[in-house]
Write a protein that binds this ligand. Structure first.
Ligand SMILES: [Zn+2]
Ligand SMILES: [Zn+2]
Length: 515
């Protein structure tokens, strides 16, 4: 049995009392399917999550206590979905329990909508027979506390009374982290570059509900991102992922790590991010000190445009790797290559179709260190799966499907990022298609140092695949040390790190507070 290719977990040693080692795990804490009012079976969601994530929480649509009436009873879409969810609760619990193993965790949760108090996802560390659906947020949060559950508010920056967060009820004991990015967009600030709440948009973002305003008010919480995907695709690329620094991938360890806010948010590309102040990890609260040594380590899958250190809402340090990057990358050496595939006939001309891809990817003169999936939610299909397998160090197999029809964010592609150790200067990639056509190309890596390559699978409008130029270590890695000397202050300072790649994918660390 061949294992799924997963992003390599990176272990670091922390100066905790017990010298614990933390690994990086990737997951999705907020997503939907037909157990509720969205699409796809729960069985499918679990399989998808197991394919490309380390953990997920299924948070089916459960209740909306102050749901407005809509013309022609359209609100029954929600009402009917809640009934489906309720009737399936026993089965939901069973399926998630069965899906959890030593390598993978499926957490039980559900989503509670509220126009007035904002939406929450409840996530339980263990099985939970009670599906408690109150009509007031205080009752919900008390229930969460009693059950040791997390209550994670999301799409925070919508307006109050329009399902935006109501931070007057913010309770850090049950909401140690908040969801700052999803398919709804980004709540960090109202000018954050990724997404002005366009997909399921309820409306625009408002400053009073943005994350930076709450930190300014003195609230303390860590950051997560999760997809809120409605096509049953946990971890859908581009809709948000959460990274957790945890002892292991067990439910209790993950929930404990979230309580400690050792979490961070990414939009899609799995940017590895480590951030400490005076050797304390992200999410920490430090006592007042004038000398603050800030260490940041980033290993991004793609070229980094900028790393920013934010203090109290203002950028105080910036680093641009391209100022000193060695470009083009060096061969032999470590290089990343993004393989994108898709496009194809236009949906607008009624030519849209689903294209099935069977692809064998081989490297000569080197080996694969890893391969990172970038699988988006579209096109929806109950049966088809995106699957990436490392057959040996030099062989990968990809089964996937793409379409322009209902592509996420109008992007008709999926991608795989190949992490390659090129041992010889003449290392070459070979790509052999079995579907949609039989085709083989061999590309010396040297040809990808400056240029990309596109290969079409047929005549005009047919699907194509593209190898993007190689990205070397100096473009995508950074180890930074900054010192911030502050005179004694009455109020705490909060710091966090923001990473932006050239392709606009981002990461946000949880904050660290000093004072
Ligand atoms: Zn919601
Ligand atoms: Zn949701």
């Amino acid at each position: 049995m061949l294992g799924a290719v997963r992003p390599t977990s990176r272990a670091v040693t922390r100066p905790t009392d017990d010298g614990a080692k933390y690994q990086l795990y990737w997951g999705d804490l907020h997503n939907h399917n037909a157990v509720g009012y969205a699409k796809g079976s729960l069985e499918r969601s679990i399989e998808i999550a197991q394919e490309h994530l380390d953990f997920f929480a299924f948070t089916g649509h459960a209740w909306w206590h102050d749901m407005p009436k809509m013309p022609d009873d359209r609100h029954m879409k929600w009402g009917n979905g809640f009934k489906v969810h309720r009737d399936h609760w026993t089965k939901t619990r069973e399926l998630l329990r069965e899906a959890t193993s030593e390598e993978f965790t499926a957490l039980l949760g559900y989503e509670w909508h509220s126009s007035g108090f904002g939406d929450y996802c409840l996530i339980f560390p263990e099985d939970q027979p009670d599906l408690y659906l109150p009509d007031h947020v205080n009752k919900l949060l008390e229930f969460a506390a009693e059950k040791q559950a997390l209550a994670i508010p999301h799409h925070l920056a919508y307006a109050r009374s329009w399902r935006g967060a109501n931070f007057d009820h913010f309770t850090p004991a049950v909401s140690p982290v908040v969801e700052i990015f999803s398919e709804h967009g980004c709540s960090e600030t109202i000018t954050a570059p990724v997404g002005d709440f366009i997909r399921h948009s309820i409306g625009g973002r408002v400053t009073e509900n943005s994350v930076d305003r709450q930190l300014e008010r003195g609230l303390r919480f860590g950051f997560v991102a999760s997809s809120d995907d409605h096509r049953g695709y946990p971890g859908a690329y581009g809709e948000g992922l959460v990274a957790i620094w945890s002892r292991d991938v067990s439910p209790l360890a993950l929930v404990e790590a979230m309580r400690q806010r050792r979490t961070y948010a990414v939009t899609g590309d799995r940017i590895e991010l480590d951030f400490t102040i005076n050797d304390r990890p992200m999410g920490s609260e430090l006592v007042q000190t004038t000398d603050r040594q800030i260490d940041v380590a980033v290993i991004a899958p793609d070229s980094i445009k900028m790393i920013e250190l934010v203090r109290n809402g203002h950028v105080i340090e910036r680093h641009f790797p391209e100022d000193t990057a060695i470009r083009p990358a060096l061969l032999p050496g470590q290089v990343n290559c993004r393989l994108r595939y898709g496009w194809g006939p236009w949906a607008a001309l009624n030519l849209g179709r689903i294209c099935d891809w069977e692809m064998h990817i081989e490297i000569s003169g080197g080996h694969f260190i890893n391969a990172l999936p970038c699988f988006q939610t579209g096109p929806f299909d109950e049966q088809r799966r995106d699957q990436l397998r490392l057959l040996k160090r030099t062989h990968l197999h990809l089964s996937s499907h793409t379409s322009r029809v209902k592509a996420y964010g109008e992007d008709p592609t999926k991608a795989v990022i190949l992490e390659i150790e090129a041992e010889r200067p003449d290392a070459a990639l070979s790509i052999e298609l079995k579907s949609p056509v039989v085709q083989k190309i061999i590309t010396p890596l040297a040809d990808l140092l400056r240029d990309n390559q596109i290969h079409f699978t047929g005549t005009f409008t047919a699907e194509s695949f593209m190898l993007q130029p190689l990205v070397g270590p100096s473009e995508r890695r950074a180890t930074l040390c900054w010192n911030d000397h502050r005179l004694a202050r009455k109020n705490a300072d909060w710091y966090y790190v923001r990473v932006l790649q050239h392709n606009n994918h981002m990461a946000w660390s949880s904050p660290i507070w000093v004072g």
